[in-house]
Structures are given as structure tokens and as C-alpha cells.
Ligand binder design. Structure first.
Ligand SMILES: *Cc1c(COP(=O)(O)O)cnc(C)c1O
Length: 220
């Protein structure tokens, strides 16, 4: 299937209101061009340098850029000027640095807080209680807009494990929405990748992040 065909078949299955972020990491600009031609406008990247290069090369094309990778505080200037949404905020240190950057640059940065759900040790993200602490003092981050949660399910073929991960993040998301009804920006739940996005639909995903199923395998 071509990039265009893959995108249209995925979009056809997505309920209205669910955003497709095409994860173009490791793929060349030509691949993004093809997706743009298919009407896709939201793209995700996970490496600061590659993100900056692509965002600069495609400036003025109406792309909505999502940063979805681990972000070190010394790389903020490569990412924050271009990112419409930083989905992968995974530490208080990073959140503080983003808020400071926003203050210095007169910007309010839209973020998702990444919840640690998968059982693998390597997965990044906050624990529930850390996110609760942040949300209770969300107003002290004057230059950050809290738009919701991001999570990755355990990388496994065992569907029950994936469902349990999505169930947990969905429950916590709804709990936060009930607890902080005054934050009307907090309405995104970014779950679901190539292998599990159909399942993520059942657990309230508002954003899916799909790479391989659109662009093919990545060559690292
Ligand atoms: C690479 C990546 C994706 C896309 O993964 P695919 O399996 O290729 O769809 C989604 N989310 C994050 C955070 C990623 O790093």
C-alpha cells in the first residue's frame, strides 16, 4: 500500500474527533510530502535535531507538529519554537524548563503529560501520583497549557496486557477530568500506535500516533 492509501484507509476507520498524528521519524521529507498530498496535516517526530530540520524545511506548509520523544532540557530550542504539542513531558525537571522557556519567549507551550503505564522498565513517564501533584499546582506553570495525557502500552502481542494498560490510562484520564473540570484544555488522550490503535479507540483515544502502518518499517 502507498502512503496515501494507508492514510485514507486509517482515516476511514477513525471516529470523527480522533486525530491521526502521522509519525514520520526516520523517514525522509518526500514521505511527508506524500502524506501532505493525501490531506494529512499532523506529524510526529521523536528526535530534536530531525524534528527541527523537518519543521524548518516545511515551514509555511500548514503542518501541525507533535513532538513525541524524550526531550532533554538542553534541546528545548530545537523543539519548542515549532511544536504545536509536546506529547512526551515525562519529568518535573523538563516541565520546569519548558515553563521557563515559555516565560522567556512569551509563549504558552501546549503539553501532554506522559503516564508510565507499560511494564517494561525502559518506558518513560510519570507515575499517577506525580501527575496529580503537578495538576494540583498547574496554575503555577503559567507558560504551560496542560492538554491531557499520553501513554504507550506494553510492547507485546498479548492483547489483554495492552487492554489493561489502556484501561488504566483511560481511568486515570477520566479521574483527572472529573477532578479538574476547570481545565477545559485538558481533553486529549494520546494512546494507540500502529499495532494497537484499533484497541485504543475502545479506550477513549482522542489522538493516535501511527508510523509504521503509514510509512512502512523504519531503517535505524
Ligand atoms: C515511534 C513512535 C510511535 C509510532 O510507532 P509505530 O509503531 O511505528 O506506529 C508512536 N508513539 C511514539 C511515542 C513513538 O516513539
Amino acid at each position: 500500500m502507498s502512503i496515501q492509501e494507508s492514510i485514507s484507509s486509517i482515516v476511514k476507520e477513525l471516529p470523527s474527533g480522533v486525530k491521526l498524528v502521522a509519525v514520520s521519524k526516520f523517514h525522509p521529507l518526500e514521505a511527508i510530502e506524500e502524506a501532505l498530498a493525501a490531506g494529512q496535516y499532523a506529524f510526529g517526530e521523536n528526535r530534536p535535531q530531525e524534528f527541527e530540520k523537518k519543521a524548518m524545511a516545511l515551514q509555511g506548509r500548514g503542518i501541525e507538529w507533535h513532538f513525541i520523544g524524550h526531550l532533554q532540557t538542553n534541546k528545548l530550542k530545537m523543539v519548542l519554537p515549532y511544536a504545536d504539542l509536546v506529547q512526551s513531558v515525562d519529568s518535573l525537571h523538563l516541565l520546569d524548563a519548558i515553563n521557563d522557556w515559555g516565560k522567556r519567549n512569551g509563549r504558552c507551550v501546549s503539553v501532554l503529560l506522559e503516564l508510565h503505564v507499560a511494564t517494561e522498565e525502559s518506558k518513560q513517564g510519570f507515575y499517577e501520583e506525580e501527575i496529580l501533584d503537578i495538576m494540583f499546582r498547574a496554575s503555577s506553570f503559567a507558560n504551560v497549557r496542560f492538554c491531557g495525557l499520553m501513554g504507550m502500552a506494553t510492547n507485546t502481542d498479548d492483547e489483554l496486557t495492552v487492554r489493561a494498560d489502556f484501561e488504566r490510562i483511560n481511568a486515570f484520564y477520566n479521574y483527572l477530568r472529573d477532578l479538574f473540570p476547570e481545565y477545559d484544555d485538558f481533553r486529549e488522550l494520546s494512546i494507540g500506535m500502529s499495532g494497537d490503535w484499533r484497541i485504543a479507540m475502545e479506550y477513549g483515544a482522542t489522538i493516535v500516533r501511527i508510523g509504521t502502518a503509514i510509512f512502512g518499517e523504519r531503517e535505524y
